[in-house]
Design a protein. Structure first.
Lengths: 567, 189
């Protein structure tokens, strides 16, 4: 067990030493400064701009940014719908997998354009290789979109214009080619070297040592898994995601995959510090997020190592921890570490089945998604945190009786209204969705018997988790839920759509409005936003919003189950 | 909106060519250079090809058993049980696995049965078991194959994969390789 804990420490240290320099690099890329990769990427970007017909010198305001983002996303929606509903006759389908039904295709399409990657299908039986490759494309471009829009907000926060025009398409292309592509390629090559499949051949058939005949699904896995991990996407090639031995063959690949989950979300914070030339602000934000992360992480590791008390009562020792739904090559501690990494970001890939986590661990995983601002998805995670900063600035301003200001700009009623709507949207979507599904299930348990894989409190948790995951654009699941049915496909699809685009529109609008306001130079009376005190304030706002909104629901699910299990 | 439609279409087209096409080709091309050409890690034993990382079903008493699988070791439809820790049906199933393990391994103490051999893995294809799970089966295999327990334990030790660099992660044993080593031991006797 000790080596399992040292493994976690190694993963965290590796994360820090890679994420901070990457943050500086991202800052340079967005600020148009020289980097050592320019020799390759300058001509490549030029090609993208030329083919795309993009005028890179055109400055876009925040409304044009949103319009560009929504237009390109609408176009992606149409393409994905077409491919997913026609896979069966399109090329690259060696296993002769079927096309998707309309409701499942709607869910999957929304899921992948919104960077959620909730999967109500299993890759082995529900997806052709062409479908997988198109979904892989969306894992690049949906992540690129998030980073581009986040960079736009960074620039809007600057007090002076940089001289470089801020253009959505330029930021988007650079995010994809200069940040996501090299990282994904590097990871994919490492994965190939470590035994991850990368082939276009269909299923293989083998005879086992005992003499059974077994079919083995394969595919272009390595390329897919790399971008899945790096872009906080999380959509797996196979049903069990990174628990599958082909998606995560060894403890070594598990280290690499785990580190890549948080890599860009952390790097974006340091990119913010670099672009704004406000290192202290970046450290404050990083500090708040890190504290939140550890508060969720430590009890989860503790609970998973301790094992399942009900099985302990049967006389089976729990030295290995809770092993249901986990793999021996990772062990319970590394699986717990992954579970929190994947839920505080909007990654949603898993290396253990979350449905089988012990109750409190399941709750902390849900809390990570309910807060959705401790790191969060690439780009959009910071936008969620930005909303909490605005709320904290406003509340602090009221407490000391001054007009609230953030980075020299006055926060007034209009911005506050937008911030409040966005902050309340997330609980509204999760709780309303869970309430409706619980109402349906309770009203007619026989008709909906296929929904829940577990009775009682845990069944309620399955529904609560699904909506939390959809609304946080996370994509992991308590996979026992019978979710490939019209209700779940459509309900989760709608939640993912609203939860992706409104929390982008809101912060972009606030940042856009603020950047047009007059800059007020700092004075002795200015609220300092890069101090520990302010960090604590932001943390308190997050904790109060999350705890007040979600505590009752959590009490009905994981907390009740925990006390039921107590010996 | 009109001004954004054409950039959207053209940009998506080049992204498709680059990220679906070129990126995939580079990775695929690289895979052709590594052993087994990116078709998953395999090895050959007794003229048969096996996947190193994909669990096989072992339920005969003369072999070390794999961990229970919720999908019956179906490598074309992997998955976990997704049973919650408090589910009564699930706990009954674990109890049944414990009882069955004790019947097949007479004389074993309940406290020596590790959790991994009575719980289903995440993928249903976990190729490994813990060291304890191998040791708990040593006596059964020794008496069926009529090999001294010490020889079995030697095979277990020889096939143990230590933590990464001896420092990180759990130790484990690949069941397939362990069983092949066991067969080799029996043939050489």
């Amino acid at each position: 067990m000790n080596t399992e804990l040292t493994g976690i420490i190694l993963m965290y240290l590796l994360l820090l030493v890679t994420a901070i320099p990457l943050g500086w690099y991202i800052g340079k890329v967005f600020s148009n400064e020289k980097t050592w990769l320019d020799g390759i990427f300058n001509p490549l970007d030029k090609l993208f701009f030329k083919v795309g017909g993009i005028n890179t010198t055109k400055e876009m305001n925040w409304k044009q940014h949103l319009l560009a983002l929504l237009t390109i996303n609408l176009f992606w929606f149409l393409i994905a719908m077409f491919v997913l509903t026609n896979m069966s006759w399109l090329p690259l389908n060696p296993d002769a997998n079927p096309s998707m039904s309309a409701d499942l295709a709607f869910n999957t399409t929304v899921s992948f354009i919104s960077n959620t990657n909730l999967q109500h299908y299993s890759g082995e039986t529900g997806m052709s290789y062409l479908g997988q490759l198109v979904l892989m494309l969306f894992q690049f471009i949906s992540a690129g979109c998030g980073m581009a829009i986040c960079a736009m907000v960074f620039f809007a926060m600057k007090d002076k214009s940089t001289g470089n025009p801020v253009n959505f398409y330029v930021l988007f292309v650079k995010s994809c080619t200069r940040i996501l592509f090299p990282l994904a390629l590097l990871l994919a090559l490492v994965f190939v070297l470590n035994g991850m499949p990368m082939t276009f051949e269909g299923k293989d058939t083998i005879t086992t040592l005992q003499g059974d005949t077994v079919h083995v699904s394969r595919g272009p896995v390595a390329a897919f898994v790399a971008i899945k991990q790096i872009g906080t996407n999380g959509g797996g090639f196979f049903g069990p995601n990174s628990a599958h031995p082909f998606e995560n063959p060894s403890y070594f690949t598990n280290i690499i995959e785990t580190v890549s989950i948080l890599l860009i979300p952390i790097a974006m914070i340091f990119a913010l510090g670099y672009i704004l030339k406000r290192k202290r602000l970046a450290y404050t934000i990083f500090g708040v997020m890190t504290i939140g992360f550890f508060l969720l992480l430590i009890p989860t590791i503790f609970n998973e190592i301790k094992g399942n008390p009900a099985i302990m009562q049967m006389g089976i020792n729990q030295n290995l921890g809770s092993m249901e739904g986990k793999e021996i090559r990772f062990g319970s501690a590394a699986s717990a570490y992954w579970a929190i990494n994947t839920t505080v970001t909007s990654n949603g890939s898993v290396n253990a089945m979350h449905d089988s986590l012990t109750p409190l661990s399941g709750m902390f995983a849900m809390l990570g998604m309910m807060v959705n601002a401790f790191f969060g998805g690439v780009g959009v995670g910071f936008l969620n945190f930005y909303i909490f900063i605005i709320l904290a600035v406003f509340i602090s301003g009221l407490m000391v009786g001054r007009t609230p200001e953030f980075l020299g700009k006055k926060i007034e009623a209009r911005e506050m209204k937008i911030a409040m709507i966005i902050a309340l949207l997330h609980p509204l979507l999760i709780l309303t969705g869970t309430a409706i599904s619980s109402f349906l299930y309770a009203g007619n348990p026989t008709a909906y018997a296929g929904w829940l894989n577990n009775p009682g409190y845990h069944g309620f948790s399955e529904m609560l988790y699904e909506f939390s995951s959809s609304s946080a654009n996370n994509g992991s699941g308590f996979e026992g839920l019978g979710d490939n049915s019209p209700f779940w496909n459509i309900a989760c699809g709608i939640v993912m759509l609203l939860a992706r685009y409104l929390p982008i529109i809101g912060p972009v609008a606030i940042a856009g409005i603020l950047s047009n306001k007059k800059y007020i130079p700092e004075s002795a009376g200015t609220l300092k936003t890069d101090t520990a005190t302010f960090g604590l304030m932001v943390f308190a706002v997050i904790a109060i919003v999350a705890a007040l909104s979600f505590f009752p629901a959590l009490a009905l699910g994981p907390i009740a189950e925990h006390f039921m299990l107590k010996p | 909106m009109k001004t954004h439609i054409f950039p959207a279409i053209r940009l998506t087209a080049i992204c498709f060519i680059f990220f679906c096409g070129l990126y995939t080709l580079i990775v695929w091309g690289f895979a052709q250079l590594v052993p087994n050409k990116g078709k998953g890690e395999t090895f050959t034993a007794n003229n048969k090809t096996y996947y190193t990382n994909i669990a096989q079903k072992f339920n005969q008493d003369k072999y070390f058993w794999s961990r229970p699988s919720a999908v019956d070791y179906n490598a074309a439809g992997a998955g976990g049980s997704n049973k919650g820790p408090s589910n009564p049906d699930y706990l009954a199933q674990v109890q049944a696995r414990i009882d069955s393990f004790m019947v097949h391994n007479p004389g074993i103490k309940k406290a020596d049965i590790p959790a991994d051999i009575v719980t289903a893995s995440g993928s249903g294809l976990d190729p490994d078991i813990s060291i304890q799970a191998a040791k708990a089966q040593a006596q059964r295999i020794a008496s069926i194959r009529q090999i001294p327990v010490t020889a079995i334990e030697e095979v277990i030790t020889k096939n143990t994969k230590q933590p990464l660099l001896g420092l990180f992660g759990p130790a484990s044993i690949n069941v397939l390789q362990l069983n092949l080593a066991l067969d080799a031991l029996a043939n050489n006797k």
